[in-house]
Structures are given as structure tokens and as C-alpha cells.
Design a protein around this ligand. Sequence first.
Ligand code: PLP
Length: 380
Amino acid sequence: MKLRLATPGPTEVPQRLLLAGAREIVHHRSAEMEALIDEINAGLPPLFGTGSPVYTIASSGTGAMEAAVANCFSPGEEVLIVSNGYFGERFQAISRAYGLTAHVVESPWGTSISPREVADAHARHPGIRGVLVVYSETSTGALNDVRAIGEIFRDTDAIVVVDAISGLLVHPVEMDAWGLDVVLGASHKGFMLPPGLAFIALSDKAWTAVERSAGPNYYWSFQRLRQFYPMSSSSPAVSLLLGLHESLKMLGEEGLDAFRERHAGLGRAAERALVALGFSTFIQPPHRRSNVITAALAPEGIDTGTLLKTLSVKYGVTVTGGQAHLKGKLLRIGHVGAADALDLCAVFGALEMALLDCGHRFTPGTGTGEIVRTVHEGEN
Ligand SMILES: *Cc1c(COP(=O)(O)O)cnc(C)c1O
């Protein structure tokens, strides 16, 4: 059975990138690898909208979140955490693990955070050293206005730490212009690579926080990253770097604007198709939706747990459901990275068959028809 991934990370990896990483290991201190790493180091900052270096570490995305907390703050310091989903909660858990005092601005799952509430929370807690926020909250598909949040803290001592792990590339990130201080990314979302690399960009203001932080840290130390840059202090994930070099080329060939338009088109088509099949859109205006995934609540009587199992066991298609209280209710279709309209047709073809298996009644072709119509309209 052919396996298809329609998850918000890991994503399907194009053959071109698999092959780039499949060659023999080249030593990272070789002239060839040094040149390749230089090209990677030159290629990453524009994608973050920064003139500062972007550091690449061997880690999943969560490792970069933890490294940011460990390096920028000290135990006992106050931070503000903006939370409207699972990854916001992860920032809270990491901050507690590092002994920080976390004040939380909470907004229900499926909504975007109101920047005004963030400003109000800052007024209540003027002693905070930083604010931690997720750009594209992958557990719900909500997009947060990190630009407005950057504006609030620009002229303060507090730094703005942004988990842009899924939002990067798919949505604009202008780190320098928006006043963002720490921006995090990872290989297995928009970069179309396997999991294993994470990216960290730091502003001058962030470096002041890093130098003030008491630590302790070693492998995750940002100061060590800076000290050994452009190389790294320990063995980098060479195979993934080979893939990353090729991924940057692919992104350059498509162009960021076209990349974003493709994702917006996929999001639009997936949403219309889900609604046509009786699902209801999870992110309602004025809340902003991310184009990384499309999330929708299942029709009455359909348990998304059973649906997901049928999709993967019978049809080889992996999509994700809801986390925490949304388990069984929410469906999240990932279309980030290399996904195209025909991938979406396959996913919806399988989804329709699985829905029929689950006893849902509708005219077959309702969802896929909507994909075809939306994509065709968009191209003509
Ligand atoms: C994928 C993702 C992460 C990182 O998850 P890992 O499984 O550790 O790679 C963090 N934040 C967001 C918003 C994500 O989408």
C-alpha cells in the first residue's frame, strides 16, 4: 500500500531531498562541507527576515523551544506565555521545568490571541523578562499576530520569543522589522525535510538576555553556538544538512511568494471540501487561520479517532485528529511543505471512502469535487 502523509510535520519528503541526504557521509570539517554550510548559513537568514545569523542544531523543534528558555532566562524570572493551544502549553511546561514564573495569557483553542490582552497582561506584570508565543498554533490551525506582539515589546527590556516552527515559510516572518528577538524553526515542516534539524535566530536584544542568563547549559548553549559559528562544536547532522542545502535550492526555485500562494490555495480548497462533506470550520473569522493545516469539527456521529484509524489502516493516509479535549472531534489535514493539489485530491478521495466506511451519508465526490473546482478556478 502506498503511504501518504498529510500531517503538519513530519511531512512528505520529495525524492530530490531524500536523495540529497542519501549519499555517503562527508566529514563536516572537509572543504566541501564547509562550503555547503556557508551556503546554508547565507540562505537561512532571509527566510527569517533577519540580517543576524541563523543557527542550525541537531534536534526536533521542541529542543529549540527548550534551548530558548534555558538560554534566555534564569530560574525565578517572570515570563509571559501566550497560549491558545497545545504548543503554547508546551512553552508553559518547559518554563516551569526551568523554574521560571510563568504568567499566562490564555485564549480558547481555535481562536487567535488578542494583542491587546497581551499588552494588558504586560501592564499587570511589568517585571517580565520575555514573552513566549507560537506563530502558527499547529494543534488548532490558528495564526497569532506576532507582528503586533513584537510592536508591544519593541521599546521594553522584555524579549519576544516566537515558535515559528510550522508558520515559517508558509506565512511571512520579518524578524528584524517586527522586533522579534528569538525565532525558532524546524526541518520537518515547510522545509520538506525529515525531522532532526532545528533553527534559532537571535536579535542583539536576545543576546543581552543570553549573556545575563545564569544557565546552566552546554550542548544547548547559545554562547557555544556563537563561538563555533559558522561551524558547530560537535558533529552536525550531515545527512540532513545535505538535504537542507537542496531544500533551500528548491525554495529558491519556487520563490517564497509562490510557496505561500500554493499553501493558501491548499488551505482554501481543503476548507471548502471539508464544509461540503458536513464538517464545520474550526477557525472562524475574525480569528486568523494558518495555511499549514486545515482543521474542522466532524459531523454529528463521526468519531475522528475511528476515521483516522480507517484512513491509515485501510487507505495508507495519515492525517491528524484533535489533541487534548478535541480528541475524537477535530480533524486536521496537513498540507505543508511539498503538498500539492493532486496530493489533496488523493487525501480527500481516501477521506470520502473512510467516511462511507464510518456510515456517513453524502454523495461520493462531494469533497474531491470541491478540491478540483477550487484549484481549477484558482488557475484559470
Ligand atoms: C511541530 C511543532 C513543534 C515541534 O515539535 P517537535 O515534534 O518537537 O518537532 C513546535 N511547535 C509547533 C507550532 C509545531 O508545529
